[in-house]
Design a protein around this ligand. Sequence first.
Ligand code: ZN
Ligand code: ZN
Length: 604
Amino acid sequence: MPIMDMAPTLTELGERLARLRAELTRRGLAGFVTPRADAHQGEYVPPHDARLAWLTGFTGSAGTVIVLRDEAAIFVDGRYTLQVRDEVDTQLITPLPSMEISPEDWIAKNLKKDDRLGYDPWLHTPDGVARMQKACARAGAKLEPCTDNPVDAVWADQPPPPKAAIIPYPIEYAGEESSAKRARIAEAVTKTPAAATVLTMPDSIAWLLNIRGGDVTHSPLPLSFAILYADGRTELFLDPDKISDGLAAHLGDQVSLRDPGQLGPALDALGKQGRRVLLDTSTAASWISSRLEAAGAKLVAGADPCALPKARKNATEIAGMKKAHIRDGAALSNFLAWLDQAAAGGGLDEITASDKLQSFREATGCLRDLSFPTISGAGPNGAIVHYRASPKSNRLLEAGNLYLLDSGAQYLDGTTDVTRTIAIGNPSTEQCDRFTRVLKGHISLSTIRFPRGVTGAHLDVLARAALWKAGLDYDHGTGHGVGCYLGVHEGPQSISRRPNSVALEPGMIVSNEPGYYKQGAYGIRIENLVLVTEPQSIAGGERDMMGFAPLTLAPIDLRLVARALLSDEEAAWLNAYHRQVRESLTPLVDAGTKAWLASATRAI
Ligand code: ZN
Ligand code: ZN
């Protein structure tokens, strides 16, 4: 993985902050809010939009900084409380955990009467702006949209916006023509009832139009906006430099390519006609809702109409995901076989190991990108949930360590995300106990049968029960949705304690990733992607039940399994899973890996 080798110095960061404050003073603003987001609220942002990192040095995937005249605070969630202290100058910017104090509470407390707090309406959602407005009102202050971003005004060498070519995603991978998708989404939009919807999530646009792009790392996203009208006609707003040969022909005459500057007038036109427009106010830019309302449109707030249909994979997508997972599992197995040798020799470090894994994936000849930065954590680094190895943090894989490896790949036919925890040398009794409890949770979720209407929130406890019994737990969700050659994290379904009203449906893909983390010692996670199966009858039963089928195929380290802690049923699941791994991967792995794979997947 590429490592940031040009991290700004603390003096530079201080100068940037000073320049922003001077700009705010010039504009008569008391402060400015900078989130990590771009105009599409995605997980990864192009360098052009990496304002939070430029201004503060913080490189995590979520966070917000609020800069006032005399103070500044950066809000991060539990994943980043350690990292933020490493990266920002805490003399200049106070790191605050967002679960203890929200940016809104801080605004209400720290703004003074009649202060004007600026924000960029492209970078916040209508829901987010409403929350900030309330907070400002509590302080007697005013929230004010900035038509041009003051951070951009003082960022002299800001990289230009990305212009990666947008390419057709062929029907052999997509499985459904865009015209058919547009017809059924348009029908859903008219039922809300609205005459059009504005799509701002690039993954929704990619799915709807069967296109892919390359504007951000790790997800083949075409950064763009679209308006889908009730008759299925669609306008796609994008930088003309992104239009590749054949794109217009692929899209057909019902999809018009428009310059980004034409988005505003198109929204005005909807407003002038007094149209109802469906908009996801939790993901759209507030700039869009404001423009629509100013022009006279009536907003229908609702979920992005592509999100749920996109999550229900069709037969072609499922077949592609299966193929991608067999290919990826073979590459990972080649790596794991190599690792057993290399680690025994000593001197192997986290970065060398993750580079080697990438080279095995590259050797498939199909790798388009990694689906996220590899988490390669030895010993105590494995306990940092979103760890990313840097030259500074890089550790050796030493005897007695657990090695946590969470990685994934983007292939044309599918996206993967897999975590394995590997014993380096001989594991301790405690490590085996904890690993086996995590495995029991993984198996419990893998084997559950459930009726229609069940959500991931109902099932989350299954992955934790064996840990809870021993007074243990983990502080992250158990599962997230995954796209097909799209984002590695997608909704709307999830498996988590957080309330989520989206029922699991056949064709959905979720991760099953319980873990256990002992601060300063080791981390454990076992992650497979699983497919929700069609409801089937159970012998002697009355109601058809759905279930999960594993997509991820890679050995689970038997050296860490305490057999006595597993029931016979759980051991049978593990043996059946390993048989499937062996039978699927043996024909594909390198000759030298075959014997290793046979042993790593032996029945216990
Ligand atoms: Zn993962
Ligand atoms: Zn995952």
